[in-house]
Design a protein around this ligand. Sequence first.
Ligand code: IPM
Ligand code: MG
Length: 359
Amino acid sequence: MTKQYRITLLPGDGIGPEIIAVATDVLKVVGQKCDLEFSFEEALIGGAAIDATGEPLPEETLATCRQSDSVLLAAIGGYKWDNLPREKRPETGLLGLRAGLDLFANLRPATILPQLIDASSLKREIVEGVDIMVVRELTGGVYFGKPKGIFATETGEKRGVNTMAYNQSEIDRIAKLGFETAQKRRGRLCSVDKANVLDVSQLWRDRVTAIAEDYPNVELSHLYVDNAAMQLVRAPKQFDTIVTGNLFGDILSDAAAMLTGSIGMLPSASLSSDGPGVYEPVHGSAPDIAGQDKANPLAQVLSAAMMLRYGLNEPSAATMIEEAVTKVLDAGYRTGDIMSEGMTATGCQGMGEALLNIL
Ligand code: IPM
Ligand code: MG
């Protein structure tokens, strides 16, 4: 029997519409092969939503997402909306989506692909074989803590405030997911915090250490975030799974992504405990190349694969997509961001066609 899935598409801004079109084409073909039927519903987010409705995350978008099995997001933001007040900015729409769908966990793999190893700015022997999963807490910490805002002090001076806070339950659920993720990988979990300075990090470390007792087969280590940043660049192969808070995860996942030299290749998954997850590329909306058929759609396509694996529990369809991506790279197709000598230059649509041919 054909299985049916409802997918909300959030193309967003910049290159978003181009790359999500490639991913939906790929999903349709893989669906036919694996007896899966996808119904796609588009909704507005980010700058596109601001232009159409005045809000970066219309209530209707959240409702559509909640009714679907999974959400495929492209990217948001652009110069055009950079000077709006914070509550009207595209990023606020993204944060609202995370909070609104309770996406407490963000999985960001950073894997070096053998075909693209020379794209890394680090030496081959340092990065060859790197395979890291960053598990970032996504709905707490300093991004959401209260009080927050810009206030006037008694002397009339302005004071900007954000609060880095975690409840024990918030730490526990992301820690568990970190251990479970490590268990499915190479069994090593590194928890990153700043417990030498921050109380919130001390609680984080205490809880992660306590939860480790339930996962005796996972080897747990702790690093302070400054050291973790240094180690990521010095010797990235020491890492398997990293679990960390919202802000540290934001920063470290960009550093980890750049180890691969090809941020245009990296997908991510944002998960809640019961509702639909959101699957999106790690890269941004690249407004400078939007609408020019230059974008690399592979991170979006691999995000669709993550959606199949983590959201819809369709691992063989996910593998089919991942193998097709490997094959287009082996065949030498390259968009501008990953181009190297002797390879076949192609655009966003050309890459999509190459994928469909392989599939
Ligand atoms: C990310 C981005 C977002 C974040 C921005 C766009 C709000 O940098 O997904 O990593 O800071 O979380
Ligand atoms: Mg970021």
